[in-house]
Write a protein that binds this ligand. Structure first.
Ligand SMILES: Cc1cc2nc3c(=O)[nH]c(=O)nc-3n(C[C@H](O)[C@H](O)[C@H](O)COP(=O)(O)OP(=O)(O)OC[C@H]3O[C@@H](n4cnc5c(N)ncnc54)[C@H](O)[C@@H]3O)c2cc1C
Length: 397
Protein backbone atom coordinates (compact mmCIF):
# COMPACT_ATOMS: atom_id res chain seq x y z
CA UNK A 1 0.00 0.00 0.00
CA UNK A 2 1.10 3.56 -0.66
CA UNK A 3 0.51 4.80 2.84
CA UNK A 4 3.32 6.70 4.45
CA UNK A 5 4.34 4.95 7.61
CA UNK A 6 6.04 6.60 10.59
CA UNK A 7 9.58 5.52 11.55
CA UNK A 8 8.11 3.63 14.47
CA UNK A 9 5.73 1.75 12.17
CA UNK A 10 8.53 0.97 9.73
CA UNK A 11 10.59 -0.40 12.62
CA UNK A 12 7.61 -2.52 13.68
CA UNK A 13 7.33 -3.93 10.15
CA UNK A 14 11.02 -4.86 10.29
CA UNK A 15 10.49 -6.54 13.66
CA UNK A 16 7.60 -8.57 12.22
CA UNK A 17 9.64 -9.53 9.14
CA UNK A 18 12.59 -10.65 11.26
CA UNK A 19 10.30 -12.65 13.49
CA UNK A 20 8.65 -14.38 10.52
CA UNK A 21 11.99 -15.10 8.86
CA UNK A 22 13.40 -16.62 12.05
CA UNK A 23 10.39 -18.26 13.65
CA UNK A 24 7.96 -19.32 10.94
CA UNK A 25 8.80 -23.00 10.27
CA UNK A 26 9.50 -23.66 6.57
CA UNK A 27 7.33 -26.79 6.60
CA UNK A 28 4.37 -24.63 7.59
CA UNK A 29 4.95 -21.82 5.05
CA UNK A 30 5.49 -24.42 2.30
CA UNK A 31 2.16 -26.01 3.15
CA UNK A 32 0.36 -22.65 3.12
CA UNK A 33 1.99 -21.64 -0.14
CA UNK A 34 1.23 -25.00 -1.72
CA UNK A 35 -2.40 -24.83 -0.61
CA UNK A 36 -2.07 -28.03 1.44
CA UNK A 37 -4.49 -28.61 4.27
CA UNK A 38 -3.00 -27.75 7.65
CA UNK A 39 -3.54 -30.33 10.36
CA UNK A 40 -4.42 -29.60 13.96
CA UNK A 41 -0.78 -30.06 15.02
CA UNK A 42 0.39 -27.52 12.39
CA UNK A 43 -2.03 -24.89 13.60
CA UNK A 44 -1.28 -25.54 17.27
CA UNK A 45 2.44 -25.29 16.52
CA UNK A 46 2.04 -21.86 14.89
CA UNK A 47 -0.27 -20.61 17.64
CA UNK A 48 2.28 -21.69 20.28
CA UNK A 49 5.10 -19.82 18.48
CA UNK A 50 2.99 -16.66 18.33
CA UNK A 51 1.94 -17.04 21.94
CA UNK A 52 5.55 -17.35 23.08
CA UNK A 53 6.23 -14.07 21.29
CA UNK A 54 3.13 -12.48 22.92
CA UNK A 55 1.55 -11.94 19.49
CA UNK A 56 -1.20 -14.55 19.41
CA UNK A 57 -3.95 -12.14 20.44
CA UNK A 58 -3.20 -8.82 18.71
CA UNK A 59 -6.66 -7.45 19.44
CA UNK A 60 -6.87 -8.34 23.14
CA UNK A 61 -6.18 -5.76 25.84
CA UNK A 62 -2.88 -6.27 27.68
CA UNK A 63 -4.72 -6.96 30.95
CA UNK A 64 -6.01 -10.18 29.39
CA UNK A 65 -2.61 -11.16 27.95
CA UNK A 66 -3.06 -9.64 24.49
CA UNK A 67 -0.65 -7.57 22.42
CA UNK A 68 -3.10 -4.63 22.30
CA UNK A 69 -1.74 -3.55 18.94
CA UNK A 70 -3.16 -0.49 17.28
CA UNK A 71 -4.87 -0.65 13.89
CA UNK A 72 -1.72 0.01 11.89
CA UNK A 73 0.29 -2.62 13.73
CA UNK A 74 -2.39 -5.21 13.11
CA UNK A 75 -2.57 -4.27 9.48
CA UNK A 76 1.22 -4.52 9.11
CA UNK A 77 1.27 -7.92 10.80
CA UNK A 78 -1.54 -9.22 8.62
CA UNK A 79 0.22 -8.04 5.45
CA UNK A 80 3.58 -9.52 6.43
CA UNK A 81 2.12 -12.80 7.71
CA UNK A 82 0.27 -13.31 4.41
CA UNK A 83 3.30 -12.30 2.34
CA UNK A 84 5.45 -14.85 4.23
CA UNK A 85 2.75 -17.54 3.85
CA UNK A 86 2.16 -17.91 7.58
CA UNK A 87 -0.85 -20.01 8.63
CA UNK A 88 -3.89 -17.94 9.49
CA UNK A 89 -4.72 -17.56 13.15
CA UNK A 90 -7.83 -19.64 13.85
CA UNK A 91 -10.38 -17.06 14.96
CA UNK A 92 -13.05 -18.96 16.90
CA UNK A 93 -11.54 -18.66 20.38
CA UNK A 94 -9.18 -15.76 19.82
CA UNK A 95 -11.19 -13.19 17.93
CA UNK A 96 -14.80 -14.36 18.20
CA UNK A 97 -15.42 -15.79 21.68
CA UNK A 98 -12.74 -13.79 23.52
CA UNK A 99 -14.21 -10.31 22.80
CA UNK A 100 -17.59 -11.61 24.03
CA UNK A 101 -16.11 -12.99 27.26
CA UNK A 102 -14.07 -9.80 27.77
CA UNK A 103 -17.19 -7.65 27.45
CA UNK A 104 -20.02 -9.82 28.81
CA UNK A 105 -18.40 -12.77 30.66
CA UNK A 106 -18.09 -13.01 34.45
CA UNK A 107 -14.72 -12.47 36.12
CA UNK A 108 -14.55 -16.23 36.79
CA UNK A 109 -15.21 -17.00 33.12
CA UNK A 110 -12.57 -14.50 32.00
CA UNK A 111 -9.99 -15.86 34.46
CA UNK A 112 -10.65 -19.46 33.48
CA UNK A 113 -11.28 -19.43 29.73
CA UNK A 114 -9.10 -16.62 28.34
CA UNK A 115 -5.70 -18.06 29.43
CA UNK A 116 -6.76 -21.45 28.04
CA UNK A 117 -7.47 -19.87 24.65
CA UNK A 118 -3.98 -18.39 24.60
CA UNK A 119 -2.25 -21.57 25.75
CA UNK A 120 -4.13 -23.68 23.20
CA UNK A 121 -5.56 -25.86 25.96
CA UNK A 122 -8.98 -25.32 24.43
CA UNK A 123 -9.85 -25.39 20.75
CA UNK A 124 -13.16 -23.60 20.20
CA UNK A 125 -15.67 -23.94 17.40
CA UNK A 126 -18.77 -21.90 16.61
CA UNK A 127 -22.23 -23.41 17.07
CA UNK A 128 -24.51 -20.78 15.56
CA UNK A 129 -26.02 -22.17 12.30
CA UNK A 130 -28.60 -24.92 12.12
CA UNK A 131 -30.43 -26.51 9.22
CA UNK A 132 -33.12 -23.88 8.59
CA UNK A 133 -31.37 -21.24 10.71
CA UNK A 134 -28.52 -19.67 8.75
CA UNK A 135 -29.43 -16.24 7.44
CA UNK A 136 -32.48 -16.38 9.66
CA UNK A 137 -30.33 -17.25 12.67
CA UNK A 138 -32.86 -16.11 15.27
CA UNK A 139 -35.15 -18.98 14.27
CA UNK A 140 -32.70 -21.51 15.74
CA UNK A 141 -34.29 -24.51 17.43
CA UNK A 142 -31.62 -26.17 19.56
CA UNK A 143 -33.07 -26.04 23.05
CA UNK A 144 -31.51 -25.72 26.50
CA UNK A 145 -33.85 -26.50 29.39
CA UNK A 146 -32.71 -25.69 32.89
CA UNK A 147 -32.78 -28.46 35.51
CA UNK A 148 -31.30 -27.17 38.79
CA UNK A 149 -27.59 -26.54 38.34
CA UNK A 150 -27.42 -27.54 34.66
CA UNK A 151 -29.08 -27.14 31.27
CA UNK A 152 -30.09 -30.07 29.08
CA UNK A 153 -29.34 -29.34 25.42
CA UNK A 154 -31.04 -31.02 22.46
CA UNK A 155 -30.77 -30.20 18.74
CA UNK A 156 -28.36 -29.87 15.85
CA UNK A 157 -25.78 -27.34 14.67
CA UNK A 158 -24.32 -27.40 11.17
CA UNK A 159 -21.40 -26.04 9.10
CA UNK A 160 -19.29 -26.15 12.27
CA UNK A 161 -15.85 -25.24 10.97
CA UNK A 162 -13.00 -27.38 12.36
CA UNK A 163 -15.40 -28.91 14.86
CA UNK A 164 -13.48 -32.15 14.39
CA UNK A 165 -10.51 -30.54 16.22
CA UNK A 166 -12.48 -28.73 18.90
CA UNK A 167 -12.90 -29.70 22.53
CA UNK A 168 -15.23 -26.73 23.19
CA UNK A 169 -18.13 -25.16 21.29
CA UNK A 170 -19.90 -21.86 21.97
CA UNK A 171 -23.55 -22.25 21.12
CA UNK A 172 -26.67 -20.20 20.67
CA UNK A 173 -29.53 -22.12 22.26
CA UNK A 174 -33.23 -21.47 22.78
CA UNK A 175 -34.08 -21.05 26.44
CA UNK A 176 -37.55 -19.53 25.99
CA UNK A 177 -40.00 -20.52 23.25
CA UNK A 178 -42.82 -18.26 24.39
CA UNK A 179 -41.27 -14.86 23.67
CA UNK A 180 -40.16 -13.06 20.48
CA UNK A 181 -37.48 -15.23 18.79
CA UNK A 182 -34.55 -12.90 19.58
CA UNK A 183 -35.54 -12.63 23.24
CA UNK A 184 -35.43 -16.37 23.97
CA UNK A 185 -31.82 -17.13 23.00
CA UNK A 186 -28.88 -17.78 25.35
CA UNK A 187 -25.12 -18.14 24.81
CA UNK A 188 -23.69 -21.38 26.24
CA UNK A 189 -20.16 -22.80 26.43
CA UNK A 190 -20.26 -26.57 25.90
CA UNK A 191 -17.58 -29.21 26.42
CA UNK A 192 -17.48 -31.35 23.25
CA UNK A 193 -16.56 -34.43 25.31
CA UNK A 194 -19.89 -34.37 27.16
CA UNK A 195 -21.93 -37.54 26.55
CA UNK A 196 -24.63 -37.01 23.90
CA UNK A 197 -22.53 -34.98 21.42
CA UNK A 198 -21.79 -36.41 17.99
CA UNK A 199 -19.68 -34.73 15.27
CA UNK A 200 -20.28 -35.75 11.63
CA UNK A 201 -18.08 -34.44 8.79
CA UNK A 202 -19.45 -32.66 5.68
CA UNK A 203 -17.36 -33.01 2.50
CA UNK A 204 -17.07 -29.76 0.51
CA UNK A 205 -16.59 -28.80 -3.15
CA UNK A 206 -12.79 -28.73 -2.82
CA UNK A 207 -12.76 -32.30 -1.50
CA UNK A 208 -11.89 -31.25 2.07
CA UNK A 209 -14.00 -31.80 5.17
CA UNK A 210 -13.38 -28.69 7.25
CA UNK A 211 -17.03 -28.37 8.31
CA UNK A 212 -19.26 -30.63 10.36
CA UNK A 213 -22.67 -31.31 11.75
CA UNK A 214 -22.80 -31.37 15.56
CA UNK A 215 -25.67 -33.25 17.18
CA UNK A 216 -26.80 -32.83 20.80
CA UNK A 217 -28.90 -35.44 22.61
CA UNK A 218 -29.68 -34.72 26.28
CA UNK A 219 -26.32 -32.97 26.76
CA UNK A 220 -25.82 -31.71 30.34
CA UNK A 221 -24.15 -28.28 30.59
CA UNK A 222 -23.36 -26.66 33.96
CA UNK A 223 -25.19 -23.33 34.49
CA UNK A 224 -21.87 -21.56 35.13
CA UNK A 225 -21.22 -22.05 31.40
CA UNK A 226 -23.94 -19.54 30.55
CA UNK A 227 -22.38 -16.28 29.31
CA UNK A 228 -24.08 -13.14 30.60
CA UNK A 229 -27.79 -13.37 31.28
CA UNK A 230 -30.23 -16.06 30.21
CA UNK A 231 -32.24 -14.98 27.13
CA UNK A 232 -29.82 -12.12 26.35
CA UNK A 233 -27.68 -14.27 24.01
CA UNK A 234 -28.81 -12.46 20.86
CA UNK A 235 -27.01 -9.28 21.99
CA UNK A 236 -23.76 -11.20 22.56
CA UNK A 237 -24.22 -13.14 19.30
CA UNK A 238 -24.49 -9.92 17.28
CA UNK A 239 -21.48 -8.40 19.02
CA UNK A 240 -19.45 -11.49 18.10
CA UNK A 241 -20.60 -11.36 14.47
CA UNK A 242 -19.34 -7.80 13.95
CA UNK A 243 -15.89 -9.01 15.00
CA UNK A 244 -16.19 -12.09 12.76
CA UNK A 245 -17.08 -9.94 9.73
CA UNK A 246 -14.24 -7.49 10.16
CA UNK A 247 -11.77 -10.36 10.23
CA UNK A 248 -13.21 -11.80 7.04
CA UNK A 249 -11.97 -8.79 4.97
CA UNK A 250 -8.62 -10.57 4.63
CA UNK A 251 -6.63 -7.74 3.01
CA UNK A 252 -3.31 -9.50 3.67
CA UNK A 253 -4.50 -12.67 1.92
CA UNK A 254 -5.73 -10.63 -1.05
CA UNK A 255 -2.41 -8.80 -1.31
CA UNK A 256 -0.49 -12.09 -1.28
CA UNK A 257 -2.96 -13.55 -3.79
CA UNK A 258 -2.55 -10.59 -6.11
CA UNK A 259 1.24 -10.96 -6.08
CA UNK A 260 0.87 -14.65 -6.99
CA UNK A 261 -1.55 -13.84 -9.84
CA UNK A 262 0.86 -11.30 -11.31
CA UNK A 263 3.67 -13.85 -11.16
CA UNK A 264 1.54 -16.42 -12.96
CA UNK A 265 0.23 -13.94 -15.55
CA UNK A 266 3.76 -12.85 -16.42
CA UNK A 267 4.79 -16.48 -16.98
CA UNK A 268 1.72 -17.65 -18.87
CA UNK A 269 1.91 -17.01 -22.63
CA UNK A 270 -1.42 -16.34 -24.36
CA UNK A 271 -1.54 -15.38 -28.07
CA UNK A 272 2.25 -15.08 -28.22
CA UNK A 273 2.46 -12.60 -25.33
CA UNK A 274 2.53 -12.85 -21.55
CA UNK A 275 -1.05 -12.95 -20.30
CA UNK A 276 -0.44 -9.87 -18.17
CA UNK A 277 -0.26 -7.83 -21.41
CA UNK A 278 -3.68 -9.00 -22.53
CA UNK A 279 -5.82 -5.81 -22.28
CA UNK A 280 -8.88 -7.57 -20.88
CA UNK A 281 -6.90 -9.48 -18.26
CA UNK A 282 -4.80 -6.41 -17.38
CA UNK A 283 -7.94 -4.29 -16.93
CA UNK A 284 -9.46 -6.82 -14.52
CA UNK A 285 -6.19 -7.04 -12.64
CA UNK A 286 -5.92 -3.24 -12.37
CA UNK A 287 -9.52 -2.93 -11.20
CA UNK A 288 -9.11 -5.47 -8.42
CA UNK A 289 -5.86 -3.83 -7.32
CA UNK A 290 -7.59 -0.43 -7.10
CA UNK A 291 -10.47 -1.99 -5.14
CA UNK A 292 -8.02 -3.66 -2.78
CA UNK A 293 -6.18 -0.41 -2.08
CA UNK A 294 -9.42 1.42 -1.39
CA UNK A 295 -10.62 -1.37 0.87
CA UNK A 296 -7.34 -1.58 2.79
CA UNK A 297 -7.72 2.08 3.75
CA UNK A 298 -11.32 1.52 4.82
CA UNK A 299 -10.20 -1.55 6.76
CA UNK A 300 -7.64 0.50 8.69
CA UNK A 301 -10.28 3.07 9.57
CA UNK A 302 -12.64 0.41 10.88
CA UNK A 303 -9.99 -1.47 12.85
CA UNK A 304 -9.02 1.83 14.55
CA UNK A 305 -12.61 2.24 15.61
CA UNK A 306 -12.65 -1.29 17.04
CA UNK A 307 -9.28 -0.71 18.74
CA UNK A 308 -10.73 2.39 20.41
CA UNK A 309 -13.26 0.10 22.08
CA UNK A 310 -16.23 0.77 19.80
CA UNK A 311 -17.71 -2.36 18.24
CA UNK A 312 -17.66 -1.90 14.48
CA UNK A 313 -21.18 -1.47 13.14
CA UNK A 314 -22.40 -1.46 9.56
CA UNK A 315 -18.82 -0.91 8.38
CA UNK A 316 -18.01 -4.52 9.17
CA UNK A 317 -20.77 -5.55 6.73
CA UNK A 318 -19.22 -3.30 4.07
CA UNK A 319 -15.80 -4.84 4.64
CA UNK A 320 -17.21 -8.32 4.55
CA UNK A 321 -18.90 -7.79 1.18
CA UNK A 322 -16.06 -5.90 -0.47
CA UNK A 323 -13.29 -8.05 1.00
CA UNK A 324 -14.86 -11.30 -0.11
CA UNK A 325 -15.66 -10.04 -3.62
CA UNK A 326 -12.03 -9.03 -4.01
CA UNK A 327 -10.70 -12.37 -2.76
CA UNK A 328 -13.01 -14.30 -5.07
CA UNK A 329 -12.05 -12.11 -8.05
CA UNK A 330 -8.36 -12.75 -7.31
CA UNK A 331 -9.08 -16.50 -7.11
CA UNK A 332 -10.83 -16.30 -10.47
CA UNK A 333 -7.97 -14.38 -12.10
CA UNK A 334 -5.50 -16.93 -10.69
CA UNK A 335 -7.60 -19.77 -12.11
CA UNK A 336 -7.59 -18.07 -15.54
CA UNK A 337 -3.87 -17.32 -15.37
CA UNK A 338 -2.96 -20.85 -14.39
CA UNK A 339 -5.10 -22.25 -17.23
CA UNK A 340 -4.88 -26.03 -17.43
CA UNK A 341 -2.45 -26.07 -14.50
CA UNK A 342 -5.37 -25.08 -12.28
CA UNK A 343 -7.10 -28.38 -13.02
CA UNK A 344 -5.73 -30.62 -10.25
CA UNK A 345 -7.10 -29.96 -6.79
CA UNK A 346 -4.08 -31.11 -4.82
CA UNK A 347 -0.62 -29.68 -5.40
CA UNK A 348 0.99 -33.13 -5.04
CA UNK A 349 -1.14 -34.32 -7.98
CA UNK A 350 0.65 -31.95 -10.36
CA UNK A 351 4.20 -32.70 -9.31
CA UNK A 352 6.34 -32.91 -12.40
CA UNK A 353 3.55 -31.85 -14.73
CA UNK A 354 3.86 -28.09 -14.44
CA UNK A 355 7.45 -27.60 -15.51
CA UNK A 356 6.38 -24.77 -17.83
CA UNK A 357 5.63 -22.53 -14.88
CA UNK A 358 8.36 -20.67 -13.00
CA UNK A 359 6.80 -21.23 -9.64
CA UNK A 360 4.94 -24.54 -9.29
CA UNK A 361 3.66 -23.70 -5.84
CA UNK A 362 1.86 -20.63 -7.16
CA UNK A 363 -0.29 -22.74 -9.49
CA UNK A 364 -0.82 -25.81 -7.30
CA UNK A 365 -3.45 -24.44 -4.90
CA UNK A 366 -5.33 -22.37 -7.48
CA UNK A 367 -8.25 -24.71 -8.10
CA UNK A 368 -8.68 -25.76 -4.49
CA UNK A 369 -8.61 -22.13 -3.35
CA UNK A 370 -11.06 -21.09 -6.05
CA UNK A 371 -13.54 -23.75 -4.95
CA UNK A 372 -12.92 -23.39 -1.23
CA UNK A 373 -13.33 -19.62 -1.27
CA UNK A 374 -16.88 -19.84 -2.67
CA UNK A 375 -17.62 -20.04 1.06
CA UNK A 376 -16.44 -16.48 1.69
CA UNK A 377 -19.60 -14.85 0.39
CA UNK A 378 -21.77 -17.29 2.36
CA UNK A 379 -20.40 -17.56 5.89
CA UNK A 380 -20.27 -14.86 8.55
CA UNK A 381 -23.70 -13.83 7.22
CA UNK A 382 -24.11 -14.07 3.43
CA UNK A 383 -23.25 -11.09 1.22
CA UNK A 384 -26.92 -10.68 0.26
CA UNK A 385 -27.81 -10.34 3.93
CA UNK A 386 -24.95 -7.84 4.47
CA UNK A 387 -26.23 -5.74 1.57
CA UNK A 388 -29.66 -5.73 3.21
CA UNK A 389 -28.09 -4.52 6.49
CA UNK A 390 -26.11 -1.79 4.72
CA UNK A 391 -29.20 -0.60 2.85
CA UNK A 392 -31.28 -0.53 6.01
CA UNK A 393 -28.72 1.38 8.08
CA UNK A 394 -27.57 3.85 5.44
CA UNK A 395 -30.85 4.45 3.63
CA UNK A 396 -33.32 3.72 6.43
CA UNK A 397 -36.43 1.59 6.12
C1 LIG B 1 -17.62 -23.21 4.63
C2 LIG B 1 -18.58 -22.72 5.66
C3 LIG B 1 -18.21 -22.64 6.98
C4 LIG B 1 -19.11 -22.23 7.95
N1 LIG B 1 -18.72 -22.25 9.27
C5 LIG B 1 -19.65 -22.01 10.22
C6 LIG B 1 -19.32 -22.18 11.61
O1 LIG B 1 -18.18 -22.50 11.97
N2 LIG B 1 -20.27 -22.00 12.52
C7 LIG B 1 -21.55 -21.63 12.18
O2 LIG B 1 -22.37 -21.46 13.07
N3 LIG B 1 -21.91 -21.47 10.88
C8 LIG B 1 -20.98 -21.65 9.91
N4 LIG B 1 -21.33 -21.51 8.57
C9 LIG B 1 -22.73 -21.24 8.24
C10 LIG B 1 -22.98 -19.89 7.61
O3 LIG B 1 -22.97 -18.88 8.57
C11 LIG B 1 -24.33 -19.99 6.86
O4 LIG B 1 -24.12 -20.87 5.78
C12 LIG B 1 -24.82 -18.66 6.40
O5 LIG B 1 -25.24 -17.88 7.48
C13 LIG B 1 -25.98 -18.79 5.37
O6 LIG B 1 -26.98 -19.61 5.90
P1 LIG B 1 -27.56 -20.87 5.08
O7 LIG B 1 -26.40 -21.67 4.59
O8 LIG B 1 -28.55 -21.54 5.96
O9 LIG B 1 -28.26 -20.26 3.81
P2 LIG B 1 -29.71 -19.60 3.74
O10 LIG B 1 -29.89 -18.70 4.91
O11 LIG B 1 -30.72 -20.67 3.54
O12 LIG B 1 -29.59 -18.72 2.43
C14 LIG B 1 -29.63 -19.30 1.13
C15 LIG B 1 -29.46 -18.18 0.10
O13 LIG B 1 -30.55 -17.24 0.23
C16 LIG B 1 -30.06 -15.92 0.45
N5 LIG B 1 -30.94 -15.21 1.39
C17 LIG B 1 -31.46 -15.71 2.55
N6 LIG B 1 -32.21 -14.77 3.16
C18 LIG B 1 -32.14 -13.65 2.40
C19 LIG B 1 -32.68 -12.32 2.51
N7 LIG B 1 -33.43 -11.98 3.57
N8 LIG B 1 -32.38 -11.42 1.54
C20 LIG B 1 -31.61 -11.75 0.48
N9 LIG B 1 -31.07 -13.01 0.30
C21 LIG B 1 -31.33 -13.93 1.25
C22 LIG B 1 -28.68 -16.11 1.04
O14 LIG B 1 -27.83 -14.99 0.79
C23 LIG B 1 -28.18 -17.36 0.31
O15 LIG B 1 -27.66 -16.99 -0.94
C24 LIG B 1 -20.43 -21.86 7.57
C25 LIG B 1 -20.80 -21.91 6.22
C26 LIG B 1 -19.91 -22.32 5.27
C27 LIG B 1 -20.36 -22.39 3.84
Amino acid sequence: MDLSYSDEEKAFREEVRTFLKNKLPKELSDKVRGGDELGKADIERWHAILNEQGWLAPNWPKKFGGAEWNAVQRHIFEEEAAAHHAPRIIPFGLSMLAPVLQKFGSKEQQDYWLPRILSGEDWWCQGYSEPGAGSDLASLKTTAVRHGDHYVVNGQKTWTTLGQHANMIFCLVRTDKEVKQQEGISFLLIDMDTPGIEVRPIVLLDGGAEVNEVWFTDVKVPVENLVGEENKGWTYAKYLLTHERTNIAGTGFSQAGLTAVKRLAKAEIAGGKPLIQNPHFAARLAQVEIDLKAMSTTNLRIISKAAAGTAPGVESSMLKVKGTIIRQEINDLARRAAGIYAMPFASEAIEGSNAGLPDPLAAGPVAAQYFNNRKLSIFGGSNEIQRGIIAKVTMGG
